[in-house]
Ligand binder design. Structure first.
Ligand code: SF4
Ligand code: SF4
Length: 189
């Protein structure tokens, strides 16, 4: 199981060695699966940032990549943090060589099951309709709306989602910032 995104050459070498030795390689967490929050740094000039922060002693820092961008991955378990119950279930299924399934429904389903008042009805943005469920929707329940840490739900209706957020008055910039936060929705717009 490999956690974290890849940003240095020694990590690439280590990861390739892990891949050679591993029967099953699992990307664990949003950074490992998508690049995660660390991927935000790819929008900056890294040389300039390095000079500003470290002056004459720059550190090696490559653009952030997910594990699957370096080596083939057998399984990804996204989440920031990951769900303890989901990891336990998947480890059991790997050991017993049982099929591994993820929820196909979006975060909204679990959000409604716990009777949370919808974030949109409180004037907040939420990625729940397009994000894979399985976390039990803690962020809308905590008043934050979903930030999409588990990546896309199966067959997410992006057109309808983007219509709704527009109708509710959220700007393209707000929506893009939210969608790009964990980097799990690359290419959806
Ligand atoms: S708060 Fe978010 S996850 Fe919950 S029902 Fe509303 S849109 Fe869906
Ligand atoms: S509600 Fe959204 S951001 Fe929060 S844990 Fe679930 S998928 Fe991640």
């Amino acid at each position: 199981m490999v956690e974290g995104s890849i940003t240095r050459s020694d990590e690439i070498a280590r990861l390739m060695d892990i891949r050679r030795r591993a029967k099953v390689l699992v990307a664990l967490g949003s950074c490992s699966c998508f690049g995660g929050v660390n991927r935000l740094k790819n929008t900056y000039d890294l040389n300039k940032a390095n000079r500003e922060v470290y002056g004459r002693n720059p550190k090696e820092t490559l653009p952030t990549r997910s594990v699957k961008e370096i080596v083939p991955v057998d399984l990804g378990i996204p989440g920031c943090p990951v769900s303890k119950e989901e990891v336990e279930r998947i480890v059991q299924h790997l050991i017993w060589e049982l099929p591994i399934r993820f929820p196909s429904y979006p975060v909204c389903l679990e959000c409604k099951q716990r009777y949370t008042i919808c974030s949109f009805d409180q004037g907040q943005l939420c990625l729940g309709p397009i994000t894979r469920g399985g976390c039990n929707a803690p962020c809308p329940a905590g008043g934050l709306g979903c930030w999409g840490c588990r990546g896309p739900a199966a067959d997410a209706n992006y057109d309808e989602f983007f219509n709704i957020v527009k109708e509710r008055g959220f700007s393209d910039r707000e929506v893009d910032e939210r969608i790009n936060f964990f980097a799990g929705f690359e290419g959806v717009r």
